[in-house]
Ligand binder design. Sequence first.
Ligand code: AMP
Length: 470
Amino acid sequence: MTFEKLGLSEKVLTAVTQAGYEIPTPIQAQAIPVALKGRDVLGIAQTGTGKTASFVLPMLTLLERGRARARMPRSLILEPTRELAAQVVTEFETLGAEHKLTVALLIGGVSFDEQVRKLDRGADVLIATPGRLLDHFQRGKLLLTGVEIFVIDEADRMLDMGFIPDMERISKLIPPQRQTLFFSATMPAEIKRLADNFLNNPERIEATRPSSTVDTIEQLLCYAPSDPKQKRAALREIMADQKVKNAIVFCNRKRDVAILHRSLVKHGLNAEAIHGDLHQTQRTATLEGFRNGDVTYLIASDVAARGLDIPDVSHIFNYDVPVHSEDYVHRIGRTGRAGRKGCAVTLVTSHEMRAISAIEKLVRKDIDWLGDPPSAKSRDDKPRSRASRRDSSGGRGGRRERSKENSAKPNNRKQASSQHNAAAAEAPQQSKTRTRRDKSARKAGKPGGKTVGLGDHVPDFLKRPAKPQS
Ligand code: AMP
């Protein structure tokens, strides 16, 4: 398949060649001809598949006819985060180099004035986050009745960020005869309902299976102690063991982004932090520094880093296992982009094992351990997850069996020094836990701490006298 065969205009084809794109990616090959026919598209694709160009290229072709009017944009692209919105503007600038289209970026965290000036002059393309778009609308600076093409990007992220009511409001402000291009990496029920409401007889296009992870990414899990100081030390050791060119380190909480950032800088690493509480100018400068190689480690929260297109990230480190499995897919999708190789290492504490099982189910593969997985003993200090119970009962060829397989291989990663240290650091805590448990067991008259039957606890319903059946 070539770009020439997709039906794009001459101007667009020239810009595509200048951008160095030689062959369309699968989502582009499927979505572009459908979008050019004016049909609605339901695209299931994650970032890194070339999905942005799959809507930017047909839009450029379609917008060649007609011109913008003041305060009445002709097309609207909704993005969940400011960074993503800014990134789509860049893609428009690259691929629209041959066009004289006006692009307005409406995002929060920056002044309204410049945005209003752009709207007044007339924008062909509006790229916006939902909140700021509605702010402009409420101030009477914007009419959406001229929108012919409506793009919703990263819909599942919009859901995570609570933007569904805003999106529904926005959709009602746009004429129903518009063309809608709707993209999501995953299709939970709420997104499906939204797509059914927003789209008119769409062509469903699935570039990769839902929530799949790109094959060029090596994925690894690594057991880490729960103690924050020891966990940070474990992370530094893993980082030192890997050949890191540049990396994004994800934390679940903004607070931990800040703490980890300070700690890594203190240990001499070239790191910057990015999260939603930072001022937009600071976020932009940090990202720019990371893109151009001035910053080696970007410590990030999910919101700030979602969908970022930084073409050459060698590693992703998940300092925490993401709470939502879908976030795992998005996080690791920051590496291995456009066919490059990447590596994603996830630190796992004993109480995060359940989340790992959910992730493995979502990505439909067992992820290898860098070193030993938490042993059954080390997991005894926490309530055991269903996954671990399955493992110990010999379930689906559990994690311990996989670990044994790993250890049989020569040059096994098990040798990683970080792992031994991390496990050793956790050890004193485990023995304390076990001692406490043995003492209470002895008190209860159960030698060796083995519980027989229901132990001391007999549920109330069993103590009730049995009623004879009539
Ligand atoms: P996206 O999935 O839209 O975030 O795109 C990921 C990266 O792939 C971006 O850096 C694009 O510039 C690049 N890209 C998109 N389409 C192509 C293509 N057909 N050939 C090569 N690179 C591409």
